[in-house]
Ligand binder design. Structure first.
Ligand SMILES: Cc1cc2nc3c(=O)[nH]c(=O)nc-3n(C[C@H](O)[C@H](O)[C@H](O)COP(=O)(O)OP(=O)(O)OC[C@H]3O[C@@H](n4cnc5c(N)ncnc54)[C@H](O)[C@@H]3O)c2cc1C
Length: 499
């Protein structure tokens, strides 16, 4: 009789291209397991919209596993306790999962699981599911290895699986039982079929204008792939997305209608995904500490609550920022340019520490992916020391990205009657008194003066002794080695390119 194997599903809620499931199936009878960990859901970066998305993914996963002859076991509890129960009750001596580049909580939990596995003689195999490498000695050669991984054949869906012994399954707790109250009715929904539809729709139709439209708050919502929550919770693998896009690129060779540039840009973003996650994998402290230590203490550790709350609620009095934040709260998504702007406004104009504002965005994004999120949050806050400092002007961004004010008025209807010329800076409107201080607030800061003060403070740090030596070491550790192709920015230089 072969040993029972637990296949532990985490942020990989699919059966297609699932190296861990394929390995588990080759080892013995399989118990597929998902653990609802209350401790994880109590973290500051967790929200009800993430949980609701996961619940939908698990419903689909349960059906897909049933088609393979397996019954998904859902258990609520702390991972070590749940795994120990399965070991004791079913003699499960092997555990297979994917490597997870998560937040500090999952990092600590994985260490506890590893210690338990060692103590109990359980063999825990962790496999990569994307181009991120564990215990990477250095970034040289990383890109080639990553590109090789995504070109490799996907893991086959195992057939003729031997089910493990019957094990009971817990009811999925309600979000409220886990203390999660945030609902987001307009968010993207989870599940494998929706991931496949998003990819197909993007590659066949929506993606043609991707490159041109991605930065628009209106057109971007349709022109972008919208794969992010699916990639974050693993209903589709990055390798599947890369290979489907490559097949489409091959099919469209020679076309001059926008597809070629759009698909190249899309492939770059998929590569950036792994590039950014690799940073957190290499340095988990990036979730809590400034990448360049010279920026520690620059902003007050205790944030200005009034500013933070106004920003989070979309009530800063800066119309385009408020429109973006309100739209994000309602839909769970924002395009890259708008994410960069709202983060930069929080960090520069409102002078909030990214450790206060970053968790707010993490909770709002349905697609929260720690490995992308924290390095991006730091990059847009100017604390990496290796990126160009980009202070967006929210008034200019509003004019550039929403010239007719459709997006802004949709989300900030209080400004419906403000003429276009004044919409992004209503305080300049001669009739401002009808609206400001009544239906809509005065700006919480003077955006020009606040940006000037922030720029001076951040640049002053760059002049400190030893700053550049440390920055050089950081480039060596985290910087992209990829040479720029014309028109395609290297991932660490995105801001310079997008401006
Ligand atoms: C402050 C900030 C925080 C962010 N936090 C997250 C996050 O938690 N989760 C997340 O998935 N993305 C995050 N991003 C990156 C990016 O904005 C989103 O991936 C993108 O908007 C998702 O929409 P999409 O799937 O339609 O993207 P597309 O443009 O269609 O891109 C396809 C995929 O490529 C990856 N990708 C795209 N842009 C980037 C980028 N700039 N860096 C790294 N990977 C990228 C994502 O996996 C995305 O799903 C953040 C950006 C900023 C500025």
């Amino acid at each position: 009789m072969r040993d029972v194997v637990i296949c532990w599903f985490k942020r990989d809620l699919r059966v297609v291209d699932h190296p861990a499931l394929a390995r588990a199936a080759a080892l013995g009878p399989v118990i597929p397991l998902y653990i609802v960990e209350p401790g994880l859901w109590q973290q500051a970066d967790a929200s009800g919209r993430h949980y609701a998305f996961v619940v939908e993914c698990l419903e689909a996963l349960r059906r897909d596993l049933a088609d393979l002859g397996l019954a998904l076991a859902v258990r609520r509890g702390e991972a070590v306790g749940v795994l120990e129960t399965l070991r004791r009750d079913h003699g499960a001596t092997r555990l297979v999962s994917h490597e997870e580049t998560g937040n500090a909580w999952t990092f600590a939990r994985d260490r506890r699981v590893a210690a338990w596995a060692r103590a109990q003689g359980v063999e825990w195999t962790q496999l990569p599911q994307c181009g991120v490498a564990r215990r990477l000695p250095g970034r040289d050669g990383w890109q080639r290895a990553r590109d090789g991984f995504v070109r490799d054949a996907p893991a086959a869906v195992p057939q003729g699986l031997q089910p493990g012994p019957f094990t009971s399954t817990d009811r999925m707790p309600d979000a409220a039982d886990l203390g999660l109250e945030d609902a987001c009715p307009q968010r993207q929904k989870g599940g494998r079929a929706r991931a496949e539809r998003a990819l197909e729709g993007f590659l066949q139709t929506r993606g043609r204008c991707y490159r041109k439209a991605m930065s628009s708050p209106l057109a971007g919502a349709r022109a972008c792939s919208r794969l992010s929550p699916h990639l974050a919770f693993g209903t589709i693998s990055v390798r599947e997305a890369v290979q489907a896009a490559s097949a489409r690129q091959a099919a469209l060779t020679g076309r001059r209608d926008g597809w070629a540039g759009s698909l190249r840009s899309f492939q770059s973003r998929l590569a950036w995904r792994d590039h950014f996650i690799q940073k957190l994998e290499d340095e988990p402290a990036l979730e809590h500490r400034c990448m360049h230590p010279a920026y520690e203490g620059l902003r007050p550790a205790v944030p200005d609550r009034v500013r933070l709350d106004a920003w989070a609620a979309g009530e800063t009095g800066l119309p385009f920022v408020d429109a973006c934040m309100r739209s994000l709260r309602a839909t769970g998504w924002l395009n890259f340019r708008m994410r960069s702007m709202v983060m930069a406004v929080a960090s520069y104009h409102l002078w909030l520490d990214w450790r206060a504002s970053g968790p707010v965005l993490a909770r709002y994004f349905t697609d929260y992916e720690p490995g992308i999120h924290w390095p991006q949050v730091q990059m847009q806050s100017g604390t990496t020391g290796i990126n160009t400092i980009r202070i967006y002007n929210p008034v200019k961004q509003g004019g550039d990205q929403d010239p007719a004010g459709v997006f802004t008025r949709r989300w900030v209807p209080e400004l419906a009657d403000v003429p276009d010329a004044y919409l992004q800076a209503p305080w300049r409107w001669p009739r401002a008194g009808c609206v400001l201080g009544q239906a809509y607030p005065f700006p919480i800061v003077d955006p020009v003066a606040a940006a000037r003060a922030a720029r001076q403070a951040v640049w002053a740090v760059r002049g400190q002794e030893g700053f550049h030596d440390r920055a050089t070491a950081l480039v060596a550790r985290h910087g992209s080695r990829k040479r720029r192709r014309p028109g395609i920015p290297a991932p660490d230089r995105q801001m310079r390119f997008d401006f």
